[in-house]
Ligand binder design. Structure first.
Ligand SMILES: NC(=O)c1ccc[n+]([C@@H]2O[C@H](COP(=O)([O-])OP(=O)(O)OC[C@H]3O[C@@H](n4cnc5c(N)ncnc54)[C@H](OP(=O)(O)O)[C@@H]3O)[C@@H](O)[C@H]2O)c1
Length: 278
């Protein structure tokens, strides 16, 4: 029997989630491509595609006590969002068969940005394909496993590795280009270590919790402000950043600020950007 199965093993969140998970017990990780050497040194890797029906039996065979489903297709990868829907449904089907505790990672992007701040149980009203796929994934998780927890989070960053968005901004600035960042798109960026700790608490300790829970950074700030602060942390010259608007960008929610009533009552870590970056 496996203590914990973590999907999304080769992803960005995984570089912080898996080392922390391995401190809690025996961990098996799953992704299609091989994860980095540090992950493989600490956890057993299963190479499998969540879009394949046969992966349901692979997961059942592992008999995990708990599953954290962090696999997804994020915008910009060039892939369809099928993993967010069908992949989630396959994980849920396996969990319902094994009785595993299931924690699924979702996103603030299930909301339109028209009714912030969003409470834990706010109904999804997505305005783009990615948001619709994450909302559909949430629905299939909770339909198959009503005891599951769905964690809605925001932009993930760490101090060990640049996230893809910041890395793209850094490349452009280092190449001498100017960069316009949205001053009117409000997000609650989440420190990868804190999100990982919260996911582990929900998977292994607070096992009676169910339904949707917002877990992100408690500080709401614009993408422009966040970009500036994080790039400065990485030693990138931010003087060529200008402020733009997301108002005219189709399918781009403006204000995705959240409330954290459940996270606060559970004592989950939700440090804001200023707490983390100083
Ligand atoms: N990054 C953010 O700022 C952000 C913001 C809000 C919410 N989230 C959510 O947080 C979670 C983690 O995000 P992340 O940034 O770590 O994602 P990521 O870096 O894009 O990694 C996605 C992971 O999912 C795996 N995956 C995708 N399709 C798969 C499939 N069909 N079968 C098996 N594995 C598959 C990928 O591995 P292979 O490609 O090797 O299979 C990879 O390990 C996701 O649920 C995401 O939607 C992220």
């Amino acid at each position: 029997m496996t203590d914990l199965l973590v999907t999304g093993a080769s992803g960005y969140l995984a570089h912080r989630l898996i080392p922390l998970a391995c401190q809690r017990g025996e961990v098996v990780v799953l992704s299609r491509s091989e994860p980095d050497a540090a992950t493989r040194a600490n956890a057993r890797w299963v190479g499998a595609d969540l879009l394949e029906e046969s992966t349901v039996d692979v997961i059942i065979g592992l008999r995990p006590r708990a599953i954290i489903n962090a696999a997804a297709t994020n915008p910009g990868s060039g892939h369809s969002f099928a993993t967010n829907v069908m992949g989630a449904a396959h994980v849920a089907r396996a969990a319902s068969r094994t009785g595993s505790r299931l924690v699924h990672v979702s996103s603030d992007i299930v909301h339109s940005g028209q009714a912030a701040p969003y409470g834990d149980d706010a109904e999804p009203d997505p305005v783009n394909d990615y948001g619709r796929s994450k909302a559909d994934g949430e629905a299939s998780i909770l339909a198959a496993v009503p005891e599951a927890v769905v964690v809605r989070t925001s932009l993930i960053y760490s101090l060990e590795r640049m996230d893809r968005g910041t890395a793209g901004f850094a490349d452009r600035l280092r190449a001498g280009e100017s960069l316009s960042l949205w001053a009117d798109a409000i997000r609650q960026p989440v420190y990868a270590d804190a999100l990982s700790e919260a996911l582990l608490i929900l998977a292994l300790d607070a096992v009676g919790e169910r339904g949707t829970i917002n877990v992100a950074g408690e500080q709401a700030l614009s993408r422009a402000e966040f970009g500036r602060r994080l790039l400065a942390h990485w030693g990138v010259d931010t003087s060529r950043i200008t402020e733009g608007t997301a108002l005219d960008v189709a399918g781009q929610p403006l204000d995705l600020a959240m409330r954290f009533d459940r996270a606060r009552s559970l004592g989950l870590p939700i440090p804001g950007v200023a707490d983390v970056l100083g």
